[in-house]
Design a protein around this ligand. Structure first.
Ligand SMILES: [Zn+2]
Length: 325
């Protein structure tokens, strides 16, 4: 990950330099997207740019940047009518779209790629600039949502995309339900008690890795309620004060990670074995050593006792902020 955060057009600082998916530079063109003709004109504009996704994998350059394509290159492969969404306008005034090219045959999608590659976003985001990663968070979540919402949740009739992809409307006139792309809020929290903080380990984590506890916020809950409930359910620790720290879109498929620091009120850990393999309190010194080591191995090449998620993850930044680095 390029550590230098791309500044937002209005100068607003990003949440944390290097935190992936948090610096989308696009203006979402709220007014323009309500006008179908204006959106159609942008799709035909030679200056417009298209990011292609195949099975949700973006087309990226060797260097990690988005491999933008033009309408001309889409037309050459007969991909101009592939499923698409309008993402917004970049700083140069160009409209940016995402196109789902999964329906192309492999020869056409290879020609469209040229020297670029379709790559799993999670495994290539560390190579992307902050702005491109932010654009891909929007593109991947939206293309995935449209793929899975072809039918109305109310009446089962087909839905049609509108507002450049910011909505799907039920095609049955007697229903006409409006369906909006979903965002799933997730509370992720560092529970701090004195000089220690609580970290948990799930069985599918790489060896030695621990992370902050996390869970989906449920209907009728505040963020603070969700933090207290999750920590009690997963680790049996009582939580007092909860403070919001930073957030991160996590487009797998459409979570919003809401990072908090929470005050632990008890010490004894009782884990829910369905959620966690184990949990433990770590000291600031242990956290600092793991952050500085930055890989899962100790000096002898053995799996270390404590490995922290990499900088693309919000848990890394929450921990770094607590340690004071
Ligand atoms: Zn309907």
């Amino acid at each position: 990950m390029n550590e230098r955060a791309t500044p937002h057009p209005d100068g607003r600082p990003t949440a944390s330099p290097g935190l992936a998916f948090t610096a989308n530079p696009l203006d979402r063109m709220e007014r323009t997207r309500a006008d179908d003709q204006a959106v159609a004109a942008l799709r035909h504009d030679p200056s417009s740019r298209f990011v292609c996704l195949r099975d949700l994998e973006p087309l990226v350059e060797e260097t990690g940047g988005i491999a933008w394509r033009t309408r001309t290159s889409l037309v050459q492969e007969n991909a101009q009518n592939a499923p698409w969404v309008l993402l917004g306008q970049d700083e140069a005034g160009r409209a940016c779209f995402a196109v789902d090219v999964s329906g192309l045959d492999s020869a056409a999608s290879s020609r469209l790629a040229g020297g670029a590659h379709y790559r799993d976003l999670r495994s290539c985001v560390h190579m992307m600039g902050m702005g491109d990663a932010g654009i891909m968070a929007q593109a991947r979540s939206l293309i995935d949502w449209h793929n899975r919402h072809g039918f109305c949740a109310v009446c089962g009739a087909p839905t049609a995309m509108t507002r450049g992809g910011a909505m799907r409307r039920c095609a049955d006139a007697s229903c006409g339900a409006q369906n909006f792309p979903r965002v799933d809020p997730v509370a992720i929290m560092m529970v701090v008690r004195g000089d220690k903080c609580l970290m948990g380990r799930q069985s599918h984590f790489p060896p030695g890795m621990y992370s902050a506890l996390a869970g989906f916020i449920e209907p009728g809950e505040t963020l603070e309620d969700a933090v207290r409930r999750e920590v009690m359910e997963e680790a049996g620790i009582r939580v007092g004060r909860v403070d919001y720290v930073m957030s991160q879109p996590w487009p797998f498929p459409s979570s919003l990670m809401i990072g908090c620091v929470a005050e632990g009120l008890s010490d004894e850990i009782t884990i829910d074995e369905h959620e966690l393999e184990t949990a433990r309190w770590i000291t600031k010194a242990e956290a600092a050593a793991a952050l500085n080591r930055g890989n899962p191995y100790d000096n002898e090449g053995e799996v270390a006792d404590l490995f922290i998620p990499p900088p693309i993850a919000i848990a890394h930044h929450l921990l770094r902020e607590w340690v004071g680095e």
